[in-house]
Design a protein around this ligand. Structure first.
Ligand code: PLP
Length: 407
């Protein structure tokens, strides 16, 4: 039986767990910011695999990197080194250190742990924070404060950190020790911190929660609060990292340096890789045997990470994200700001949300029918996270299609 669009869609309902609500499209190819379905229909991808395809689809450098490294060495265990994991760690740590110095005047030395996804980054961050207090500071402080509307992944500690009941429903008992406060509200976070709490974990811009941008000065006050209480500040930059918000790391725009941060999504441009970066004092908590993953840091994924960073630099894609982000926000506000269904238009860089009244999934379906892929964030936000390679013509197309879908 040939696997046509119809037979794939039908068999999905028989063979896959019903975990995903897939639209009945089968993508066969990608071309820059475009996704091309099996039937030849072209869609402008303003989701970018939920902020993964920063370089767009099938970027020639990425394709060449995967092919060449696959021909040399794909995987080895963490018992040995390969040629790329340490250089990628050095590059990421160097970028974290330089960013911390430039934006906050903080001198730090960082170390990296590689994993395979954002959720695994959260898991590693939870273990790191807890073991740092129990074994480096010799005073257990297992509590971790996260904020409502957050999203940190679907594995157990990550789901327990995710302060949204809909993701936790039916999976109880959760991992103990998580406490929830309000995003952007320092008093509510302060109220959750006592001497059993060792860390605050937070996204700089909430992605899945609805593209929520922090109020000005919030992160500086939070940094100060964490310092006063001896609590680690951990930033989940899984979605915001690698230029998405117009700077390499989103924290750079807040004038603070975290104690640890974790990254995934765009680092591999579609190849699964994640990384936790932590200050040296914190990172030493992960002594041999305390944490590991089979695939993390293999030669293929870490080489791809190096190439992604190289292309970001060479093509000034972080700068492009800042410029195109401004243009996208301005065009959305200009075209849709006065629309009766629009509640708010917000974002940072190429991470934009249009909050709507009424049936938002229907609007997203309307965009798709017009050839534009966007995703839902929260319950009522159309989220745009296009590849960082987009130009004005792509943005004009997307804004037109969203306007059409709203009409
Ligand atoms: C901020 C944030 N953290 C963690 C995750 C989980 O990442 P993954 O799906 O790769 O496990 C996501 C995914 O959307 C995310 O946006």
């Amino acid at each position: 039986m040939p696997w046509t669009t119809e037979s794939i869609v039908a068999a999905a309902g028989r063979y896959l767990t019903p975990s995903y609500k897939n639209a009945p499209i089968v993508f066969a190819r990608g071309e820059g910011p475009w996704n091309i379905a099996q039937d030849g229909a072209r869609y402008l991808d303003f989701s970018a695999g939920v902020a993964v395809n920063g370089l767009g689809h099938n970027h020639p450098d990425l394709v060449a990197a995967i092919a060449s490294q696959a021909g040399r060495l794909i995987h080895q265990s963490n018992y040995w080194h390969n040629e790329h994991a340490v250089p990628l760690a050095a590059d990421l740590c160097d970028r974290f250190e330089r960013a911390a110095l430039a934006c906050a005047g903080v001198t730090l030395q960082a170390r990296a742990f590689f994993c395979n996804s954002g959720g695994e980054g959260t898991e590693a961050a939870v273990k790191l924070a807890r073991r740092y207090h129990s074994r480096v500071r010799n005073r257990p402080r297992p509590g971790i404060v996260t904020v409502k509307g957050s999203f940190h992944g679907r594995t157990y500690a990550a789901m327990s950190a995710t302060a949204q009941p809909k993701y936790q429903d039916g999976f109880e008992p959760l991992v103990p020790g998580f406490r929830y406060a309000e995003f952007g509200n320092l008093d509510s976070i302060a109220a959750q911190i006592d001497d059993t709490v060792g860390a605050v974990f937070i996204e700089v811009v909430q992605g899945e929660g609805g593209v929520c941008v922090p109020p000005p000065g919030f992160f500086r006050s939070l940094r100060q609060l964490c310092d006063e209480r001896g609590v680690l500040l951990g930033l989940d930059e899984v979605q915001t990292g690698f230029g998405r918000t117009g700077t390499l790391f989103a924290f750079e725009q807040e004038g603070i340096a975290p104690d640890l941060l974790w990254l995934a999504k765009a680092l591999g441009g579609g190849i699964p890789i994640g990384a936790v970066l932590a200050r040296q004092e914190v990172a030493q908590a992960l002594q041999p045997g305390t944490h590991a993953t089979t695939f993390g840091a293999n030669a293929l994924v870490t080489y791809v990470g190096r190439v992604v960073l190289g292309v970001l630099d060479r093509d000034d894609l972080v700068g492009n994200a800042a410029r195109m982000g401004d243009y996208l926000l301005a065009r959305l506000r200009d075209r849709l700001g006065a629309h009766s269904r629009v509640v708010d238009i917000r974002g940072r860089g190429l991470m934009c949300g249009v909050q709507l009244r009424g049936d938002v999934p229907a609007v997203i379906g309307g965009c798709r029918a017009g050839g534009l892929l966007v995703s839902l964030a929260g319950t009522d936000v159309v989220r745009m996270t296009p590849p960082l390679i987009v130009d004005r013509s792509h943005i004009d197309f997307a804004v037109d299609k969203l306007a059409d879908a709203l009409a």
